[in-house]
Ligand binder design. Structure first.
Ligand SMILES: [Zn+2]
Ligand SMILES: [Zn+2]
Length: 387
């Protein structure tokens, strides 16, 4: 039996906001100032690894306001903590959690508990990392972006999270997607330096573009919260109040649509992987855990040639500096992307491997290749076994 109070509580939405920079903070401000926001939003999870610097202040109305109130509490602190205090100030009934980390380090059980994932970041990497979670967990993703050096130009996209609809990655060109995936999942640096692609934003966007884009995002969130259906995947080009909608088809080359939610296992952070396989005994060898993002165990430096042993996601390795010479050209020599029962790494716990707590991991069958035979041999084998 459902009590009235429970029904009412369940109509409020839990959101995750990825990005607390110029657009993220403005988006947060506009959400908090929605009329009747307490009846719409139950909780906000804020995710961003960056700390606030002087350069961030002129671009954000939120940070400007809080800086004038208490400068000591701003510069050098994680952006998400400052944004959290802003929400607490203006919408004290909304529960706010802050995680000063990249979205790839947020456990998927935490993300699964949200009704919608909102990306307001200038990092294509964070968007891709969020998009994989949204598509796998079947959660809608609302994504906003602002063009640098433009007046009132921005884009707002809605992805339903349904497996047969387009995701953020579907909308990219094959070349851009391949570049980003290489950054996230390829142990080798390849023949080009991919690091600059991480810092995409060339010039800061102007205030009207930020405000109009964030406003459209808050509006869409509000419309969806009221109805929660009838939303199709597509993008809106925001140009000084004018909206042009572009529908996005699912791309056949996007690799993220084949994971079933039934394959996701809740991980215990302190229990070795080998004790977490659901099928024990004779069937242990038939399954493996697949990491969302491969982790480098050992890397070598292209500059000084020395080796370093650190657990780093490959996307982190791309921007990490060599502990010996400080150069930024590390190649992974040993990478883990799946964990089988018999792997030595299966003795480790998820926490020892640096995975987030409250995580979900994909369990998939180990690929079994049958011995290559031609028809003649098969017949011979049958004859041999029959006699
Ligand atoms: Zn896709
Ligand atoms: Zn080095």
């Amino acid at each position: 039996m459902i009590h009235h109070s429970e029904t009412k509580a369940s109509t409020r939405v839990r959101i995750a906001l990825i990005g607390a920079g110029a657009l993220g903070s403005e988006c947060c401000r506009q959400i908090v100032q929605l009329p009747g926001v307490d009846a719409l939003i139950e909780s906000i999870l804020l995710v961003d690894p960056d700390i606030l610097t002087w350069q961030n202040i002129p671009l954000s109305r939120v940070y400007q306001e809080l800086f004038h109130l208490d400068p000591e509490q701003c510069i050098g602190r994680p952006k998400v903590l400052i944004l959290q205090s802003f929400v607490n100030r203006y919408a004290p009934l909304i529960e706010v959690e802050a995680m000063a980390a990249p979205v790839a380090e947020v456990g998927w059980q935490e993300l699964r508990a949200r009704h919608i994932l909102i990306t307001a970041t200038d990092s294509a990497l964070s968007r891709m990392e969020t998009a994989l979670a949204a598509t796998t967990l079947r959660i809608p993703m609302l994504d906003g972006a602002v063009h640098a050096n433009s007046a009132g130009e921005g884009r707002v996209s809605w992805f339903t999270g349904q497996n047969d609809h387009a995701c953020y990655s579907c909308g990219m060109s094959d070349v851009s997607r391949a570049r980003l995936l290489a950054q996230m999942a390829s142990p080798s640096n390849g023949c080009e330096r991919l690091t600059p692609a991480l810092a995409m934003s060339s010039a800061p966007p102007d205030t009207p573009s930020l405000e109009i884009t964030a406003h459209r995002m808050a509006q869409l969130l509000c419309e969806w919260t009221a109805n929660r259906s009838g939303f199709l995947t597509g993008s809106f080009i925001v140009q000084s109040g004018e909206l042009a909608r572009i529908a996005a088809p699912r791309s056949v080359t996007c690799p993220w649509h084949d994971v079933s939610t039934a394959e996701l296992i809740e991980l215990f952070p302190d229990k070795p992987f080998r004790d977490q396989f659901p099928r024990q005994g004779a069937h242990q060898g038939e399954q493996c855990f697949e990491l969302q993002w491969p982790i480098s165990l050992v890397a070598s430096c292209e500059h000084c040639g020395k080796e370093s042993r650190r657990l780093l996601r490959l996307a982190q390795l791309r921007t990490a500096s060599c502990p010996h010479c400080g150069g930024r050209a590390l190649q992974s020599d040993q990478t883990v992307s799946v964990i089988r029962f018999r792997d030595p790494l299966a003795k480790l716990t998820p926490r020892q491997l640096g995975l987030p707590d409250l995580h979900l991991i994909r369990l998939r069958p180990t690929v079994q290749f049958s011995p290559i035979t031609n028809g003649q041999n098969e017949k011979e084998t049958k004859r041999a076994t029959a006699s």
